[in-house]
Design a binder for this molecule. Sequence first.
Ligand code: ZN
Length: 254
Amino acid sequence: MIIDSHCHIPLISDDKSDQARIVQNATDAGVSHMLCVSVDLQTFEDVLFCAKNYPQVSASVGVHPTYVAGNLASVDDIATLAEDPNVIAVGETGLDFYQPNFDAERQEQQFRNHVRCARSINKPLIVHCRNSAGCLLKVLKEEGASKVGGVMHCFVEDWDTAKAAMDLGFYISFSGILTFKNAMDLQEVSKKIPLDRILVETDSPWLSPVPLRGKTNQPANVIHTLKFLADLREEDERFVADQTTENFNNLFGL
Ligand SMILES: [Zn+2]
């Protein structure tokens, strides 16, 4: 059994019969569960629809860090939507200082709201970190994120950042980026992380792993990232699948 810890099914397709096929593809590939991640509050209903319709799909609620136009999501906005029993996490949230003209101040404010919400409803965080590790770790520390923990999703940072996040009780999740030829540094980092702190994900529809690069990604493809990770670490694939599944269940209380 393998779990895709981070996907965006409504962004792969908004067609309901396509979505059914996507979930079935995953099941056929041995992917037993998927966490469908929210990117803003307006489209949260689409995420919730998937979780309500398929027992193997769970939902999160949150606003992606690059979405800071208009009103910022408040602690209450997020907490109200998180009351649905299908919601197991808060996010994705975090800081993204990669895009030009990013608004660091507004991103940080909205990120703090997510951490406060996660603490108030006692659910783990899904954290997106791009070109922002120093500031992001500072916010997690200041807001007491270690009380709920979470996952550093689509991890591409260095060992020091991984270590600091793990010290705060966070798990490290690897996407298809791990399989890319130019990801040697990341591959080295992934070898050093204790297996009981690792998750795998697709971040579909983006970041298809080798050998599917360039195609639209889907949860079934997480098996390629998992196999690559197991080979890299010289560990048994089944063992890595079982352990990452157990890690997911431990973190999200399933
Ligand atoms: Zn994502």
